[in-house]
Write a protein that binds this ligand. Sequence first.
Ligand code: C2O
Length: 477
Amino acid sequence: MAGGIVDRRDVWVLSDESVWHPTIEWYAKAVGAMKKRDTPDLADPTSFAHLAAIHGTNLQPNRWPAGAKLHECQHSSWYFLPWHRIYLHHFEKIVRATVVELGGPDDWALPYWNYSDSTRPATRQLPPAFRRKTMPGRRANPLYVAERAPTINDRGAVPLDDVDVEDALAEIAFTEPDETPGFGGPVTDWWHGGGPVGSLESLPHGSVHVAVGGISPPGLMSRFNTAALDPVFWLHHANIDRLWEVWLGRKNGRANPDARRWLDKRFSMGTGTVSTDLAVKEVLDTKKAPLRYRYGDMPRRPAPRRRPALVAADTTPERGRPAKLAGATDRPVALGATPTTADVDVAAPGRRRRGVAGGLPQRVYLKLENVTGSSLAAGAYNVYVNVPEGADPNEHQDHRAGRISMFGVLESSGADDTHSGSGLTFSFEITELVRRLEAAGDWDSSRLRVVFVPVPDAAGQLYEGDVSVGRVSVFYG
Ligand code: C2O
């Protein structure tokens, strides 16, 4: 490729040309060759299993190959996006070298799976080459994985609610200074999971993981320790990486963190001559060395959904002041296979601030703290506020506060050396929603009613699970 920039292309555009478009077929051949390098001790850093174990593994650290850094994926983390970008680059280098060894092109690049193109609902299905048991030449297809959700290997599609990108892309801050984690995640140090989840990491990232992997039993894509063993993992993450670029492209103040702690953080993976060692600041321009890729086939951008601007620009409050707890449930709230309701008694806002209509607090946050469990009923939930009694929440999208994904709940629920056991935490700023409810007369300043509605999987199913939210709380800023 002689130092050029490669195009990471939309796998569905390639698939429309041909199920076995050369980029896809070379990927299948290379994954097959890399799987042949697999050994139970993960000794070969170019083996598929070693690469997947960098993300997560069940193998105990005393059995890891010398010098290997495994089980490192950054979730619920400030480094979620850059860590996975470096990880993809490391993987792509090894796949490309393998493609070349097999006689393929030296400009091979990882395709991405864009499941959120609303003009093409078929793209919510797995690309056909990932669903077929055989590849050309009647050989077993290394891209096929049996351990996936029901119907996903047939014609089942990832549910529409699981591919929503607009909530994440509407975020302005990479990291919020206050109660919400923003687009890219909360400020953390090295962190494997648990705690507050960034918007993009929750949806569509986490929800697509579970929609592809399945719930009962959880397939490869549904668990940190097995996710990267599904070859479609890498195309899913290329899309998440692309959405980071899309988000930055929407401008309006959107920017990466400029903190040295974030920019200077280094990650290394692989061993010996097959290793990658990069700092976050070295991977922020994908077109520059060492990355040198860009995203092709970008769909025409649909007009960003506009939210009613109810707070006039000149009264926008300053951020950064710690929000105060206004009310919370006093017992855990189950997230099951049927909608659940939680009533939160809210104390009246303390001091009224000038310039804010109705004496409402300047900012209102809804937090779902310590979501834990050992089995899931659904991969994601829609969260609504103050839906009229007896009404179907799905018909009240204007009352939707957000969506949450259950990816990572199982891992962050049991305390071990890398997880705290305190579960996942989600928070949404619902200031505008509250203002709208107030204007419509649907706001009661002493009580907030929160409804959680499970999203059925591709087969239309929900399961038996034991997940609960430790506390549903309301904060005023
Ligand atoms: Cu590190 Cu999509 O997971």
